[in-house]
Design a protein around this ligand. Structure first.
Ligand SMILES: [Fe+2]
Ligand SMILES: [Fe+2]
Length: 143
Protein backbone atom coordinates (compact mmCIF):
# COMPACT_ATOMS: atom_id res chain seq x y z
CA UNK A 1 0.00 0.00 0.00
CA UNK A 2 1.24 3.48 -0.85
CA UNK A 3 1.78 6.44 1.50
CA UNK A 4 -1.32 8.07 0.00
CA UNK A 5 -3.25 4.87 0.62
CA UNK A 6 -2.48 4.99 4.35
CA UNK A 7 -3.49 8.66 4.51
CA UNK A 8 -6.78 7.84 2.79
CA UNK A 9 -7.51 5.06 5.29
CA UNK A 10 -6.59 7.26 8.28
CA UNK A 11 -8.98 9.94 6.96
CA UNK A 12 -11.65 7.28 6.64
CA UNK A 13 -11.09 6.12 10.22
CA UNK A 14 -11.40 9.71 11.50
CA UNK A 15 -14.55 10.16 9.42
CA UNK A 16 -16.08 6.97 10.89
CA UNK A 17 -15.17 8.18 14.38
CA UNK A 18 -17.25 11.30 13.69
CA UNK A 19 -20.18 9.11 12.58
CA UNK A 20 -19.86 7.33 15.92
CA UNK A 21 -19.63 10.50 18.00
CA UNK A 22 -22.63 11.99 16.16
CA UNK A 23 -24.89 8.97 16.58
CA UNK A 24 -23.90 8.59 20.23
CA UNK A 25 -25.34 12.12 20.67
CA UNK A 26 -28.52 11.21 18.79
CA UNK A 27 -29.16 7.70 20.13
CA UNK A 28 -27.78 8.12 23.68
CA UNK A 29 -26.91 4.41 24.06
CA UNK A 30 -27.07 2.94 27.56
CA UNK A 31 -24.22 1.09 29.23
CA UNK A 32 -25.53 -2.32 28.19
CA UNK A 33 -25.57 -1.24 24.53
CA UNK A 34 -22.10 0.28 24.85
CA UNK A 35 -20.81 -2.92 26.42
CA UNK A 36 -22.32 -4.97 23.62
CA UNK A 37 -20.59 -2.77 21.02
CA UNK A 38 -17.22 -3.12 22.79
CA UNK A 39 -17.66 -6.90 22.94
CA UNK A 40 -18.57 -7.23 19.26
CA UNK A 41 -15.75 -4.86 18.28
CA UNK A 42 -13.29 -6.98 20.24
CA UNK A 43 -14.32 -9.99 18.19
CA UNK A 44 -14.47 -8.17 14.87
CA UNK A 45 -11.11 -6.41 15.34
CA UNK A 46 -9.27 -9.69 15.78
CA UNK A 47 -11.14 -11.55 13.04
CA UNK A 48 -10.58 -8.69 10.60
CA UNK A 49 -6.92 -8.33 11.53
CA UNK A 50 -6.45 -12.02 10.75
CA UNK A 51 -8.30 -11.69 7.45
CA UNK A 52 -6.13 -8.69 6.51
CA UNK A 53 -2.96 -10.68 7.19
CA UNK A 54 -4.15 -13.57 5.04
CA UNK A 55 -5.91 -11.73 2.21
CA UNK A 56 -5.80 -7.91 2.28
CA UNK A 57 -7.63 -7.63 -1.04
CA UNK A 58 -10.53 -9.69 0.27
CA UNK A 59 -10.52 -7.59 3.46
CA UNK A 60 -10.98 -4.36 1.46
CA UNK A 61 -13.64 -6.04 -0.67
CA UNK A 62 -15.54 -7.01 2.49
CA UNK A 63 -15.42 -3.41 3.74
CA UNK A 64 -16.57 -2.21 0.31
CA UNK A 65 -19.69 -4.35 0.69
CA UNK A 66 -20.19 -3.27 4.34
CA UNK A 67 -20.08 0.36 3.22
CA UNK A 68 -22.60 -0.37 0.47
CA UNK A 69 -24.83 -1.93 3.13
CA UNK A 70 -24.33 1.15 5.33
CA UNK A 71 -25.43 3.34 2.40
CA UNK A 72 -28.62 1.26 2.06
CA UNK A 73 -29.24 1.44 5.83
CA UNK A 74 -29.00 5.24 5.77
CA UNK A 75 -31.43 5.29 2.83
CA UNK A 76 -33.87 3.28 4.97
CA UNK A 77 -33.22 5.69 7.85
CA UNK A 78 -34.12 8.61 5.55
CA UNK A 79 -37.39 6.87 4.66
CA UNK A 80 -38.22 6.52 8.37
CA UNK A 81 -37.54 10.22 8.90
CA UNK A 82 -39.58 11.23 5.85
CA UNK A 83 -42.53 9.04 6.86
CA UNK A 84 -42.50 10.53 10.35
CA UNK A 85 -41.71 7.18 12.00
CA UNK A 86 -38.49 8.74 13.27
CA UNK A 87 -38.53 12.32 14.55
CA UNK A 88 -36.41 14.72 12.48
CA UNK A 89 -34.67 16.14 15.54
CA UNK A 90 -32.21 19.06 15.34
CA UNK A 91 -28.69 18.07 14.27
CA UNK A 92 -26.22 17.77 17.17
CA UNK A 93 -23.66 20.59 17.34
CA UNK A 94 -20.78 18.17 16.78
CA UNK A 95 -22.33 17.17 13.42
CA UNK A 96 -22.97 20.79 12.40
CA UNK A 97 -19.32 21.62 13.08
CA UNK A 98 -17.92 18.61 11.27
CA UNK A 99 -20.08 18.73 8.13
CA UNK A 100 -20.37 22.56 8.22
CA UNK A 101 -24.16 22.38 8.28
CA UNK A 102 -26.38 25.45 8.80
CA UNK A 103 -27.56 26.38 12.31
CA UNK A 104 -31.05 24.99 11.68
CA UNK A 105 -29.81 21.65 10.25
CA UNK A 106 -31.73 18.51 11.20
CA UNK A 107 -31.10 14.79 11.56
CA UNK A 108 -32.10 14.41 7.89
CA UNK A 109 -29.22 16.67 6.81
CA UNK A 110 -26.82 14.68 8.97
CA UNK A 111 -27.98 11.34 7.55
CA UNK A 112 -27.58 12.67 3.98
CA UNK A 113 -24.02 13.80 4.77
CA UNK A 114 -23.12 10.51 6.46
CA UNK A 115 -24.59 8.50 3.57
CA UNK A 116 -22.36 10.43 1.15
CA UNK A 117 -19.35 9.55 3.30
CA UNK A 118 -20.29 5.86 3.15
CA UNK A 119 -20.52 6.03 -0.65
CA UNK A 120 -16.97 7.41 -0.63
CA UNK A 121 -15.73 4.65 1.68
CA UNK A 122 -17.38 2.04 -0.55
CA UNK A 123 -15.56 3.34 -3.65
CA UNK A 124 -12.23 3.68 -1.83
CA UNK A 125 -12.33 0.13 -0.45
CA UNK A 126 -13.47 -1.50 -3.67
CA UNK A 127 -10.69 0.51 -5.34
CA UNK A 128 -8.06 -0.86 -2.95
CA UNK A 129 -9.46 -4.35 -3.44
CA UNK A 130 -9.16 -3.93 -7.21
CA UNK A 131 -5.61 -2.62 -6.85
CA UNK A 132 -4.56 -5.52 -4.60
CA UNK A 133 -6.11 -7.96 -7.04
CA UNK A 134 -4.20 -6.39 -9.90
CA UNK A 135 -7.14 -4.53 -11.37
CA UNK A 136 -5.52 -1.08 -11.56
CA UNK A 137 -5.33 1.97 -9.31
CA UNK A 138 -8.05 2.70 -6.76
CA UNK A 139 -10.65 5.35 -7.45
CA UNK A 140 -10.18 7.87 -4.66
CA UNK A 141 -13.41 9.53 -3.62
CA UNK A 142 -13.28 13.28 -3.20
CA UNK A 143 -15.40 13.44 -0.04
FE1 LIG B 1 -19.96 5.32 9.00
FE1 LIG C 1 -18.10 3.97 6.23
Amino acid sequence: MTEGGYATLMDEAENERMHLMTFIEIAQPNWFERGLVIFVQGFFYNAYFLLYLIAPGVAHRVVGYFEEEAYTSYTNYLELIDSGAHANVPAPQIAKNYWKLPADATLRDVVLAVREDEAGHRDVNHGFANELHGGGAPRHATS
